[in-house]
Write a protein that binds this ligand. Structure first.
Ligand SMILES: Cc1cc2nc3c(=O)[nH]c(=O)nc-3n(C[C@H](O)[C@H](O)[C@H](O)COP(=O)(O)O)c2cc1C
Length: 217
């Protein structure tokens, strides 16, 4: 059994998304003591943002005519796609940045989609496998809040992971992580503690169940 884990936080110290992903991973390793973990950290080692364009155009260029850059971009796309194909379960830890999807996560998705095995027009190669998306918001976007609807990242990530790639996806959302950091949010201290505990419990519970897809749970 192999778990694929992707981290996209641009920091390592005090990263809430990494902490939640650690909870999931611990549960997975408890249930699968002999399992392997494939790690891809696009937060600290980003895929160059030009790589996907180069790989995409390489796809329209006969192999013999490809430039060195195109060959390198295709090699990178193949390596990243191979990591996904080698896994039985998936864990993605991606924070919200500037109300949208992390550019590092998007660059990673874009280059993988250039690999013919992840062509969205074909049946997805990893469909039906269990997956968890952990996402963290510094602010608060629940229904009834002034910025409800401003999280433009989670719906896109779910669209790609659950619909384009067909993963059997559950999501953990942890909000108000900037309480204690941004004094303007001090009034939300108690709510932030509750939301944090809820997210940790959900990560634990979903991590425990990650081994199997919902169809066989
Ligand atoms: C450059 C930057 C932009 C951010 N933009 C948003 C944002 O638009 N909305 C939000 O709720 N939080 C935003 N945050 C806060 C992060 O989502 C929050 O700090 C989260 O905990 C980061 O994940 P991490 O703890 O795993 O590093 C931003 C943080 C940074 C560093």
């Amino acid at each position: 059994m192999t778990l694929f884990r992707l981290d996209a936080s641009i920091r390592v110290e005090d990263s809430r998304s990494r902490e939640l992903a650690d909870i999931v991973e611990r549960e997975w390793l408890t249930a699968n003591p002999d399992a392997g973990v494939i790690r891809r950290d696009v937060g600290t080692q980003p895929i160059p943002s030009t790589a996907w364009g180069t790989a995409a155009f390489a796809g329209y260029t006969p192999e013999a005519d490809r430039t060195a850059d195109q060959r390198e971009a295709v090699r990178r796309a193949t390596e990243l796609a191979d990591e996904l194909l080698a896994a039985d379960a998936f864990l993605f830890a991606v924070p919200l940045y500037n109300y949208g999807v992390s550019q590092h996560f998007k660059s990673w998705v874009d280059i993988i989609i250039t690999d013919p095995r992840f062509n969205p027009a074909e049946p997805p190669a990893i469909a039906g496998k269990p997956a968890i998306l952990v996402t963290v918001h510094g602010g608060y976007y629940a229904e009834g809040t002034p910025r409800h609807g401003w999280d433009h990242a989670t719906p896109w990530m779910q669209r790609i992971l659950a619909e384009v790639w067909g993963l059997d996806l559950n999501t953990v959302v942890s909000e108000l992580s900037l309480v204690g950091v941004n004094p303007a949010l001090d009034e939300f201290k108690d709510l932030a503690s509750t939301l944090r505990a809820d997210a940790e419990n959900r990560a634990r519970e979903l991590g425990r169940r990650l081994t199997t897809s919902s169809a066989s749970r």
